[in-house]
Design a protein around this ligand. Structure first.
Ligand SMILES: NC(=O)c1ccc[n+]([C@@H]2O[C@H](COP(=O)([O-])OP(=O)(O)OC[C@H]3O[C@@H](n4cnc5c(N)ncnc54)[C@H](OP(=O)(O)O)[C@@H]3O)[C@@H](O)[C@H]2O)c1
Length: 287
């Protein structure tokens, strides 16, 4: 029986990246739809859940993507609402690569830390975007004491409140609109993640180099200038000034491998929801 993946993208034009990875992850056929919303997804889900016998349903799967994470979260909720009894198929959420990117970065960093960061302070600079939010969830589930920064307190607090509701985690919110306030926000941190928009410099080298508590750093930005000045996007657990550094390309191969592995996992059973926790579990099993 053919493995069919239906790509439900919240953007008008569905992501080619996600289509390619879907094939590379083992789908036999991928159908990509753009402009999908909670209002128009119903018939697509019906088509996926009513067509195959229970034992064959695992060969049909759904992937929710697009550049907008809140739109993806709302779409995933609408998809799940259509499921009942054993009329369901497995579904993965990875809006803007948020889950797979964050999972790869956090898994690499946790491995560098020797496995445990429980009770340690983790600061996610510009943590209000899709990647930062998912990294916050994964680090908090590891027991880290997580703070996210934003240029505005309002935005940081909105995201922290959302994460509390959606994932039952406590995340502190800090306004850090410039280099000085972000350096201050990193005081006492063991881990610093930079998840700002492409080309936004978030932390000066002099500030992290002289910070006595930072041991682990990762930067998701692969478009120079990088978020963490003085690291290299190719860094793969490289020691710089005594800190272990991960750059976006350094953990990029893990990110792609995790994405492919999650697609393969979708076809193993018909009742899986691959969101932050499950994608992170997969990444941890792979590093
Ligand atoms: N390696 C990979 O495979 C991969 C995959 C996906 C994404 N990425 C990269 O990962 C990073 C995070 O992605 P994302 O989609 O989560 O990011 P995003 O939504 O574009 O931006 C994240 C946050 O950056 C802050 N920001 C925007 N402009 C800024 C500026 N000039 N100075 C300081 N902060 C600024 C904003 O926060 P506030 O408005 O709240 O301050 C925003 O919420 C990006 O660099 C992206 O290119 C990498």
């Amino acid at each position: 029986m053919k493995k069919l993946l239906f790509q439900l993208d919240t953007d008008a034009i569905p992501s080619v990246f996600d289509t390619v990875v879907a094939y590379d992850g083992g789908a036999d056929h991928v159908t990509a739809y753009g402009g999908i919303t909670p209002e128009n997804v119903g018939a697509l889900v019906d088509g996926a859940i009513f067509t195959r016998a229970p034992k064959d349903k695992k060969h049909t799967a759904l992937f929710v993507g697009g550049s907008n994470l809140p739109a993806g979260e709302a779409l995933l909720k609408a998809v799940r609402k259509k499921f009942f009894s054993n009329f369901r198929v497995s579904v993965m959420l990875d809006s803007n690569g948020s889950n797979t990117t964050a999972a790869a970065a956090v898994a690499c960093v946790i491995k560098s830390a020797g496995g445990s960061v429980a009770g340690k302070r983790a600061v996610i600079l510009a943590g209000t975007g899709p990647v930062g939010q998912r990294a916050a969830v994964m680090l908090a589930k590891e027991g880290a004491v997580v703070t996210i920064t934003s240029r505005t307190l309002d935005n940081a607090q909105k995201v922290a409140d959302h994460l509390k509701t959606a994932f039952d985690i406590e995340v502190s919110a800090i306004a850090a609109p410039d280099l000085d306030t972000r350096a201050k926000a990193c005081e006492g941190a063991l881990i610093v993640f930079a998840t700002g928009a492409a080309s936004s410099v978030l932390l000066r080298e002099a500030d992290w180099k002289g910070n006595p508590t930072i041991e682990l750093m990762a930067d998701a930005n692969a478009t120079p200038p990088l978020g963490l000045e003085g690291i290299d996007m190719m860094d793969k657990g490289v020691a710089r000034h005594g800190k272990i550094c991960w750059g976006a390309i350094g953990f990029g191969a893990v990110k792609l491998a995790v994405h492919r592995a999650c697609i393969a996992q979708l076809f193993e059973a018909p009742d899986q929801v691959l969101d932050a926790e499950a994608v992170y579990a997969k990444a941890k099993s792979m590093v």
